[in-house]
Design a binder for this molecule. Structure first.
Ligand code: DQA
Length: 142
C-alpha cells in the first residue's frame, strides 16, 4: 500500500516556527521519522509540502490513482479552504486530518475544520506523534 502525507502552509518552518506550540524538532527530522514509521508498517510513503492551496489540490488530484490514503496537516487551510475539502471529497480515498497542536484549546477560529466532514478521522494534539498515529490508523482502513 502507498500513502501520501501532505503538509500544508508554514509547516516547512517546523523547528523554528512558534517553537512553544510546535516544538523545536526540524521539518526534515520529523519527515525522516514519518518515512521510517510508514516503512516499519510495510507502507510506502510520499511526503509533500506546499504553501499554495492550488498546488495541494493538484497533488491530491494528480496522484489519486497511486495512493491508497492520505494523511494531511493542511495547516490554516483546514479552517477555511472549501476547495481543499472538495478535492479530498472528490478522490474517494480515506484522509486522516492531522494537527500537531490541540486545535480545540487554542483560538476560536482553529476549532472549525471545514475538511473534517470529508475526512475519516482527526488527530490533534500529539505533536509529531499526531502524524504517526494517523498513519497507524490509516493503515487499518486501507
Ligand atoms: C496546525 C494547526 C493550525 O491551526 C495551524 O494553522 C497550523 C498547524 C497544527 O499542526 O497544529 O499551521 O495544523
Amino acid at each position: 500500500k502507498h500513502i501520501l502525507v501532505i503538509h500544508g502552509p508554514n509547516l516547512n518552518l517546523l523547528g523554528e516556527r512558534e517553537v512553544g506550540v510546535y516544538g523545536s524538532e526540524s521539518f526534515d527530522s520529523i519527515n525522516r521519522e514519518i518515512q521510517a514509521f510508514a516503512e516499519s508498517l510495510g507502507l510506502s510513503c510520499e511526503i509533500y509540502q506546499s504553501n499554495i492551496e492550488g498546488e495541494i489540490i493538484d497533488k491530491i488530484q494528480k496522484e489519486r490513482q497511486h495512493y491508497d490514503g492520505i494523511v494531511a496537516n493542511m495547516g490554516a487551510y483546514t479552517h477555511y479552504s472549501y476547495a481543499i475539502r472538495d478535492a479530498i471529497a472528490s478522490v474517494k480515498k480515506p484522509c486522516i486530518e492531522v494537527h500537531m497542536s490541540n486545535v480545540h484549546n487554542r483560538e476560536e477560529f482553529r476549532k472549525i475544520s471545514v475538511i473534517a466532514p470529508v475526512c475519516a478521522a482527526q488527530i490533534s494534539g500529539f505533536g509529531k506523534y499526531s502524524y504517526l498515529l494517523a498513519i497507524e490508523g490509516l493503515n487499518k482502513l486501507i
